[in-house]
Design a protein around this ligand. Structure first.
Ligand code: PAF
Length: 284
């Protein structure tokens, strides 16, 4: 069922809750791929009812980012959700979410601002305000749908850690279910932004997953020195990769690691053909 208004979603969910049914939410920005598919499947498996939101959230894009050209494929997305067994696809307009004539600055809109310690690093460093936009929209979606479970992919690991922190700090009564990264057979992590890459760009992009797998292999052989592990990684990169960061951080607190251990996540962001790609790997 494709719904566009908050009122319709609320009414439907209210009915389900009256019947004592559990509700899962899969928040997305659409352009659904197999990564999203696995999140929706998990929700359909675990919950009586599943809501997938499809909303390209303007307030999480920074000036100069790809808000206008971000792929919008609602018809296909809706069909896929139907096939997987989702019960509602919630696709609001920006006006529905933020009001007619909405002014999206935090002078006029109430924002949910996650702690600076979590947002001043990794993607937050170059995407200032991005996680404020994510937390604000996800909090709104939580209030609209009131799910028992919400499903997020580990591909956006910093986002996942920040959202877990938000749910904990604000006592939001739901459980976040982290879901594994889905990769192409080549190793490339699935992302809606992979659509921007040429065939050659897709080959160049493989360096990211390859270097992460290599770091994990070295760690498993007993190397825990971060300088040594980083050096193995740099050898996978060339002039076709514009590295933004390669960092070793704690999987709960995002603190920088002095030595790699089982709580470490290795995060990478790099541009290939000017497309910004992110990936990560857990070392445990
Ligand atoms: O990960 C995403 O697609 C988005 O950041 C999310 C969580 C749907 C919020 O807009």
């Amino acid at each position: 069922m494709l719904l566009h208004t908050i009122k319709e979603v609320r009414e439907q969910v209210k009915e389900w809750k009256k019947q004592g049914l559990t509700v899962g939410l899969v928040p997305t920005m659409g352009a659904l791929h197999n990564g999203h598919k696995s999140l929706i499947e998990k929700s359909v498996d675990k919950c009586d009812k599943t809501v997938v939101s499809v909303f390209v959230n303007p307030i999480q894009f920074c000036p100069g980012e790809d808000l206008d050209k971000y792929p919008r494929t609602l018809e296909e997305d809706n069909k896929l959700c139907d096939e997987i067994g989702a019960d509602i696809v919630f696709a609001p307009t920006p006006a529905e979410m933020y009001g007619e004539g909405h002014i999206l600055s935090n002078d006029f809109l109430t924002y949910v601002i996650p702690p600076y310690f979590y947002t001043d690093k990794l993607c937050g460093k170059s995407r200032v305000g991005h996680f404020d936009g994510v937390c604000t929209v996800v909090n709104k979606l939580f209030n609209i749908v009131q799910p028992d479970f919400a499903f997020f992919g580990k591909k956006d690991m910093q986002q996942l850690i920040i959202l877990k922190k938000m749910v904990h700090d604000l006592n939001i009564p739901l459980e976040i279910i982290p879901c594994p990264i889905v990769r192409e057979q080549s190793g490339l992590a699935l992302s809606s932004r992979n659509k921007y890459l040429s065939d050659k760009g897709k080959v160049d992009a493989l360096a990211l997953s390859k270097l992460l797998f290599n770091i994990k292999a070295c760690y498993n052989k007993g190397v825990n020195d971060i300088k040594a592990l980083s050096e193995t990684a740099y050898s996978f990169l060339n002039e076709n990769h514009e590295l933004e960061y390669l960092e070793f951080r704690d999987k709960d607190t995002l603190e920088e690691k002095k030595f790699a251990d089982d709580n470490t996540v290795v995060f990478i962001a790099a541009r290939v053909e000017n497309v910004r790609l992110i990936d990560n790997i857990e070392l445990n």
